[in-house]
Design a protein around this ligand. Sequence first.
Ligand code: NIG
Ligand code: FE
Length: 420
Amino acid sequence: MHADRIIYHIKSIYTSEQVPPVKGKSMSLIKEIKDGFIAIKDGKIIGIGEGEGDSYIHSETELIDAHQMIMIPGLIDSHTHLVHGGSREYEYEKLQKGTPYLEILNQGGGILGTVMHTRNASFEELYHKAYHSLDLMMTYGVTTVESKSGYGLSFEHETKQLRVNQRLNDHHPIRVLSTYMGAHAVPKEYIGRKNEYMLSMMEDIKKIKDLELAEAVDVFCEEGVFSVDETNMILEHAKSLGYQIKMHADEIHPLGGAGLGVKLGCSSVDHLMAIKNVDIDLLAQSNTVANVLPGTSFYLKKGYAKAREMIDRGVALSIAGDYNPGSCPTENFQLIMQLASNQMKLTPEEVLTAVTINPAYHLGLSSSKGSLEVSKDADFVLLDIPNLTYMLYHFGINHTKDVYIKGKKVVSDQKVVKSL
Ligand code: NIG
Ligand code: FE
């Protein structure tokens, strides 16, 4: 087969070739192709290996010299609160002085502050703000993003957020997956009437399914937010309607959310800073992926999830950014990876598995994304570094040179390529 485009003189290509979910020790199995090439046709990979890919070349093939750069698969950020109004720097001092995150929420701030900003923002304002964040994420090598609602907390404003996701997916090169998270907090107008809010959410979950505005449902299972029983009720309902289900679990208090997530068949359980040991074993025996969010631990000055121990005990782990205005205000996904490496003590190979093939798996995309293999989408990042470890060692800066999505260059020399 003849390629539209071949990139050659790649110093090393690093990719997982494991069948996901990649668990425990297998997470360190990363293939390194030295002095390699990648051949692309119609946005898909048609050849990858050592050498210059001569057999894929014909007169029209565009040949791109990578000048000994490193290549990895496009990064997958599988947990973000991308679409929101405003920012929360007004809470920065409170957090610095040690006011607990949940106390700020209980005082009507935190998530509920962003709910107010998001309700007051127009569709266009939300769209342009999120589009800019996606551009920034892409310059760091991100090619797929999961984006949750949860700052509208009413049918009108939740669907406004979800429609922003839909339009971003149609107009931005990044693949955007949409998750409904009405169960992020109880909105002010329902305080003291949580059961009624639950009932209205159950109806909205059905309506949003009919409108095809979300592929997954997420719940913030936490003391003072949604209990284990309430989470169970919402997610059972969502599952019966054919949604993928997931959960913010055991973030602050060890309620056993991760164990419930395994029982329900969640695609991922996320955060897990306070996970119980018994639930680590349950996760290891399941296909539910533990999605850890080290940027949130860093920003909130909380302990990190026991990611090292989880991998050692056989869990499939992924790492996500959790970009949001309250607990992780950054689009720098490479910093998130560096925190996972430095603070959670994951190896470079484990980190790569955790931001490529494992998140592709729990987002339901692993047949087309998450690794550089023939027939998958040609989503990849060229990095100006000597080896994979260097990316995690030299922290806080952007190592990306170029980014490709479906075979098309979308970032060149760290700048977004604007299509005309
Ligand atoms: O994943 N924990 C709940 N939700 C978000 C934070 C949202 C916010 O503070 O605005 C999280 O950390
Ligand atoms: Fe989150």
